[in-house]
Design a protein around this ligand. Structure first.
Ligand code: ASP
Length: 341
């Protein structure tokens, strides 16, 4: 028989607000900008408090286009300090740079024993047809579930933080999981993939290392090699988004290999990822990729450009030894790449 009077304690969720469309309002020019009282918009969603005891913690209140690595650090530290006090965490965030933040939190908060869920909206909470309400409710559902990873919850997808990519500026399914299945899907119920990591007795680690002066540039037909020289003189590391399997221009006045070589000689690592949405670098395949490998460029394999850039920042925050950088970039720490055995 059910005990009468037994108090049911709800799980505790910390909801960190950072700005983004989800809590934006239109200004007098009709343009969206962060609303000053994001918390009151969120408190107007009754489903959230029926799911969990929610505490709201404002971190910043900006369009995510204005995010810098220092905001990632603020979020990571705020979560880590309160790790023991909550059953799960939700970060409300703009969609534009959400996958950079999700990658950064994945590298900085490891050995997780509870979920950190990032979500946002294409349409502000205050507007008709907003996806913000359902995204927030689903984010809290995932935050009180058995999962123990940094994920993006958006539309019907649960995506590992290092595998997410924003692919639509319009669609409510704005993100995809790149080069691996989504960690879960939200439909009639929430279903997780076998590869998801679940709650355990792990002890979370804060690995808040970031060297923030990393440059990223795609190659394009007619690129001037001097751009790479400039980046090498002004940055500690460079990510080049190559064509296809990591291919780069190598002929005559568009040959960027000498600039890559001299960057590496100055101890500025050069990592090459693919500008394709899907697939991996395979730089041995064509001479135009091999030429960069031969001078010491590091292949990003199947990491997205966003994750490659954030990971290079995180790795360079720990070492400036080129050999260690090379091996760390090609090792999987949080499921960000498929290692070549
Ligand atoms: N510009 C907005 C942001 O990233 C877009 C969004 O949230 O959907 O903050």
């Amino acid at each position: 028989m059910l005990e009468q009077n037994k108090t049911i304690t709800k799980p505790k969720v910390l909801l960190l607000t950072t700005g983004g469309t989800i809590t934006m309002l239109k200004n007098t020019n009709g343009a969206l900008q962060p609303c000053e009282d994001a918390a009151s918009l969120i408190k107007a969603i009754p489903e959230l408090s029926s799911l969990a005891e929610i505490e709201i913690l404002p971190i910043v209140n900006i369009d995510s286009s204005n995010f810098t690595p220092s905001e990632w650090l603020k979020i990571a530290k705020a979560i880590f300090q309160r790790m023991k006090d909550f059953d799960g965490f939700v970060v409300a965030h703009g969609t534009d740079t959400m996958c950079y933040t999700s990658a950064a939190l994945s590298f900085m908060l490891q050995e997780l024993n509870k979920p950190i869920v990032i979500t946002g909206a294409q349409v502000p909470l205050e507007e008709i047809g907003s996806d913000g309400r359902s995204n927030l409710i689903n984010a809290v559902r995932v935050a009180i579930s058995n999962l123990a990873e940094v994920v993006i919850v958006f539309g019907s997808q649960i995506i590992r933080g290092t595998r997410a990519k924003k692919v639509s500026a319009f669609d409510m399914q704005a993100f995809v999981s790149v080069n691996e299945n989504p960690l879960g899907t939200i439909g009639l119920s929430i279903k997780y993939d076998d590869s998801a990591h679940f709650r355990s007795k792990k002890k979370p680690l804060l690995r808040a290392f970031l060297k923030d002066d990393i440059a990223m540039i795609p190659v394009y037909p007619g690129i001037k090699p001097q751009i790479i020289d400039y980046l090498a003189q002004s940055h500690s590391g460079i990510v080049i988004e190559g064509y296809g399997a990591g291919n780069l221009p190598t002929d005559d006045n568009i040959n960027i290999i000498p600039a890559i070589k001299s960057a590496i000689e100055r101890n500025v690592p050069v990592v090459v990822c693919t500008q394709c949405i899907l697939g991996s670098t395979e730089m041995e395949l064509y001479q135009v990729g091999r030429a960069a490998l031969d001078v010491g460029a590091i292949p990003a394999m199947d990491m997205t450009p966003e994750t490659t850039m954030v990971k290079l920042m995180w790795v360079l925050g720990q070492t400036d030894d080129l050999q260690s950088i090379d091996s760390m970039m090609q090792k999987s720490f949080v499921g960000e790449l498929h290692e070549v055995k």
